[in-house]
Ligand binder design. Sequence first.
Ligand code: ADP
Length: 264
Amino acid sequence: RLRLAHSAVFTGERLVRDVIVITDLTREHRVERLKSDFIATVSHELRTPLTPIIGYLDLLRTRGARMAPEKRAQALELVADRARHMSRLVEDLLLASRVGDGQDEPALRVDLGTHDLVTLVHQVAEDMGGAEGRVVTHLPGEPVEVRCDAGRTIQVIGNLVGNALKYSPSTERVDVRLGVRDARAWVEVIDRGRGIPADQLTKVFEKFHRVEDPMTMSTGGTGLGLFIARRLAHAMGGDISLISALGTGTTFTLTLPLAHAQVP
Ligand code: ADP
């Protein structure tokens, strides 16, 4: 969209200056749209876990004393789980507000140490217990020591596995492989979902970007996960890449530097 402004300056009858200003408003409109999309998405994402939290707290308040202990424990666990989900979401929003899209932005703070990547991947698969056998790991028998922030690495791999589960049919499994190549360890997360269109392959890492297809729109999400995951990978000296084929599936690869390769 363009805005046109015209001004003419006369001295008596004589036109001395004629100015036309053309302003390109495309960016401003895009920013406005992003802002309102963002508010709608975040409100929706926060409201989703809030509904069961309020519902179950009401139930516990009014009938908790008469409930069977195991039912009460289940309700409390559900409330705690949804509250943790909200806390992660708010954490993501705060992280995203601190880092922009630019490559020259300061990296996210990470606490680097030496950790066994096999153990970390194993932990992610275990945390995803609810995925009932859909996550299949193919891990080496011996440790693969990398230089990373253990908690952040679990977050990144958890995000990739979570997406693989979310964006593929619940009947399809997700494979997680781990290996070593050129002083780097790699973790591949392979799904058999609907894939990502070629023109969206780099866009999925942008802040708030979500592919506009029915599969994405029918699942919850903020479009922040991959943005944060890639920034975290960079901050640890690693990277995330992907290959995808529409209708076949997607493979995301996280690479991290091997611990011994860091020592001069
Ligand atoms: P969110 O999942 O919260 O929308 P992400 O940043 O994790 O945000 O992902 C951005 C978008 O990339 C998603 O909305 C989805 O459209 C697409 N995407 C991510 N992972 C996959 C995948 N494994 N298969 C298909 N599409 C994916």
